[in-house]
Design a protein around this ligand. Sequence first.
Ligand SMILES: Cc1cc2nc3c(=O)[nH]c(=O)nc-3n(C[C@H](O)[C@H](O)[C@H](O)COP(=O)(O)OP(=O)(O)OC[C@H]3O[C@@H](n4cnc5c(N)ncnc54)[C@H](O)[C@@H]3O)c2cc1C
Length: 300
Amino acid sequence: MNKEYHTIIIGAGVAGMTAALYLKRAGINVLLIEKEAPGGQVIKTAKIENYPGIIEIEGPELAMKMYKQLTNLEVPFLFDEVQSVEKHESEINVITSQEKLTCHNLIIATGRTPRKLGIENEEKLTGKGISWCAICDGPLYRNKDVAVIGGGRAAVEEAIYLSKLCNKVTLIHRKDNFRAENTLVEELKSHDNIEVITPDTVVEFIPKEGKLDKLVLESGRQLSVDGCFEFIGQVPMTEIFRPLGIVNPITHYIDVDQNLRTVIPNIYACGDCLDKELYQIVTACSEGAIVADHILKEDN
Ligand SMILES: Cc1cc2nc3c(=O)[nH]c(=O)nc-3n(C[C@H](O)[C@H](O)[C@H](O)COP(=O)(O)OP(=O)(O)OC[C@H]3O[C@@H](n4cnc5c(N)ncnc54)[C@H](O)[C@@H]3O)c2cc1C
């Protein structure tokens, strides 16, 4: 027989974990399914300074605190990848790589994954010089020269983080202005070992003996680097929900109403898998709480 839950949450990022917190505290039989580790993007974030009440915290520490809060409440976690979802008249089936589960409500909190440049040798050099996570791979480049590609808040934050580990950081951005707070941009500019190249972009990765050796820029300039970190945006992880008809065909985000309901009854979504203005921890947590509250109200 399929295991049955009142509510299943797919994705244990901060949005999914917040929804689980609110539901479990209200006595709901909830299951969280996660294909990697609890925390999602937060585990890949070096330093967080804009979560209210916490002056400064490393991403993995915040993720672990949230995870511990849930395990203290005995929220069950299933570490597995959801492969598909089927909606039937009175129940929803969630099919993972190992099992088939049943629930009354489903919360999609699958977040986003880094966008790739899609240029020559990128795939081949993944893990051999090219990375999307400074906190995971930064220590591999201690005292070495690295490049960061991107001009948003994440690129600026991670370039600053890397400048404390690496010999030199070259930040390459296709525009002249950054999409980050002035305080961050000022901090970026205050580091002597950060060089900013704008407007320019990387058009080719050149390997040597199986590892990244050089970047070729659109301007024709070549840079010798040991590592290159890409922060050029994110894409939603929503592909598996396409057959349900709830994924926007243009944006690829999950379409929801103001109560975070999809067009399918009992299927909700929250966090970075939604099309919204601000992709932050505080907004993802807020949406997790709103979805949970809505489910609790629907039940009463
Ligand atoms: C480098 C970087 C720095 C950032 N810095 C900050 C900052 O300083 N302050 C701030 O507020 N925000 C910051 N953000 C943004 C913030 O981290 C995100 O907005 C927030 O964490 C999103 O949470 P989420 O739960 O919606 O999604 P995610 O964190 O993306 O979590 C989604 C989870 O779902 C899982 N999942 C996906 N598909 C499946 C599946 N099929 N089966 C099972 N599990 C699945 C994923 O593995 C993942 O763990 C940063 C982001 C990045 C990338």
